[in-house]
Design a protein around this ligand. Structure first.
Ligand code: TXA
Ligand code: MG
Length: 315
C-alpha cells in the first residue's frame, strides 16, 4: 500500500470515509485513526500496529455533543473532569453504548474518550463527521511518535495516509481516568497532572500498578515506549561511566559529555517530556547501545515522564 502524505484534513478525511486508517497529529502524540463505528477499519489499526487485540482504543471527539454517541451515561465525576479539561490531554473511561463495536474497546463494556486540543486534529474529526478511535501511531512496543516522520518510519506502506502537522506540543500520551467507579481512578499518568485532577476531584486515586492481579488498564501489561537501545536511569550525572556508543538525556549536563555519542540537555521537565521519545528514535538510528536518562522528581509532569522512562527501562 502507498502511504499518502498530506497537510489537508479534507483529503485525510476521505480515506477515513473509505474505511481506511489515517495517522494524525494531536497535542500529545500522533494517533492512528479509524471510524469508531467501522469494525473493518478498526481491524486495520490492530494489523498495522501489530497491536494485541485485548488492548482497547481511545475514541477522539470534536465536540462534547459527540459523547452521547459513544457513552451510555456520563457519571457526575466524569462531567466535572470534562467541563474542566476538555479539550486537552485527558481521557475519561465511560460506560460504552451498545452500538459502539466491541473491537473498539477490546471487548470491554467501557470506552475511553478524549477531545484533542489541536486544531488540525479537530479539523480532521469535523471533516470525518464521526469520532475516531486512535492509539498512538507507532508499531506496538516502539516509542510513541511525536513527529509525522516518526509515523512514517514505523508505518510506511502499512497505512493509507499521514496527515502532516508540526511536532507535538506535549510529547507524552494523555492521562487516562476511569470514571466508572464511585471514586475515579487514574489508570495512566499523563499530561494532565494528578495535582490538576485533585483540584476538581480531591479524592481521586492513582492506580497502584504494583497490586498483583489483572491490570485494570489492559495496555499497562505490555512492553512500551522502547527503543532498541538499553535504557539506564540515573541520578545527577556526576558518576556516569558510559559504555561504548552511549547517549544521555536529562536536565543537568553530564560531567563527561565527551564520553557520549549523543547528548540532549533539556531546560525543564516539560522539554524533557516533549523530546524524549524522538531522542530514543534518533539514538536507534545512530546505533546507540545504551541511553542514560536522568531521573526527575515524581510530581507534575515528572510523574508521567518517570512512568514512561521506567517502562522503557524494564521491558
Ligand atoms: O494521548 C493519547 O492518549 C494518544 C493520542 C493519539 O490520543 N493515544 C494513546 O493511545 O496513547 P494508546 O492506545 O497508545 O493508549 C491507550 C491507553 C492504553 O493503555 C489502553 O489500555 C487504555 O488507554 N484504555 C483505552 N480504553 C480503555 C478502557 N475502556 N478501559 C481501560 N483502559 C483503556
Ligand atoms: Mg501507545
Amino acid at each position: 500500500m502507498k502511504t499518502e502524505l498530506t497537510r489537508s484534513a479534507v483529503i485525510a478525511a476521505r480515506y477515513i470515509t473509505e474505511g481506511e486508517v489515517v495517522a494524525f497529529p494531536t497535542e500529545t502524540v500522533y494517533g492512528l485513526g479509524a471510524n469508531v463505528f467501522s469494525e473493518s477499519a478498526i481491524a486495520k489499526i490492530y494489523a498495522a500496529k501489530g497491536r494485541p487485540g485485548d488492548n482497547p482504543l481511545i475514541a477522539h471527539i470534536a465536540s462534547v455533543e459527540q459523547l452521547d454517541t459513544l457513552a451510555r451515561e456520563i457519571p457526575p465525576t466524569a462531567r466535572l473532569l470534562i467541563d474542566r479539561f476538555f479539550p486537552g490531554p485527558l481521557t475519561v473511561i465511560l460506560p460504552r453504548r451498545h452500538d459502539v463495536p466491541l473491537i473498539a474497546t477490546a471487548g470491554l463494556e467501557t470506552i475511553g474518550v478524549r477531545m484533542p486540543d489541536h486544531l488540525l486534529a479537530i479539523e480532521l474529526l469535523r471533516a470525518c463527521g464521526t469520532p475516531l478511535v486512535a492509539p498512538s501511531a507507532n508499531l506496538s512496543g516502539r516509542p510513541s511518535p511525536t513527529t509525522w516522520e516518526a509515523v512514517l518510519e514505523d508505518l510506511d506502506g502499512r497505512i493509507a495516509c499521514i496527515l502532516q502537522g508540526e511536532p507535538t506540543r506535549v510529547g507524552l500520551e494523555s492521562t487516562v481516568v476511569d470514571c466508572t467507579a464511585d471514586v475515579p481512578l487514574v489508570l495512566r499518568t499523563g499530561a494532565i497532572t494528578i495535582e490538576q485532577l485533585q483540584t476538581v476531584i480531591p479524592e481521586i486515586t492513582l492506580n497502584d500498578q504494583l497490586v498483583p492481579g489483572t491490570p485494570k488498564s489492559p495496555g499497562m501489561k505490555y512492553r512500551h515506549y522502547s527503543p532498541q537501545a538499553r535504557i539506564i536511569l540515573c541520578h545527577t550525572p556526576t558518576a556516569i561511566l558510559p559504555a561504548d556508543r552511549a547517549a544521555y538525556i536529562g536536565i543537568d549536563a553530564p560531567h563527561n559529555p565527551e564520553d557520549f555519542a549523543k547528548v540532549a540537555l533539556c531546560q525543564e521537565v516539560d522539554e524533557y517530556a516533549r523530546r524524549v521519545f524522538q531522542f530514543f528514535r534518533e539514538c536507534d538510528a545512530a546505533g546507540i547501545e545504551t541511553i542514560f536518562c536522568q531521573r526527575v522528581e515524581r510530581r507534575g509532569l515528572g510523574l508521567a515522564l518517570m512512568d514512561r522512562l521506567e517502562k522503557a527501562a524494564h521491558h
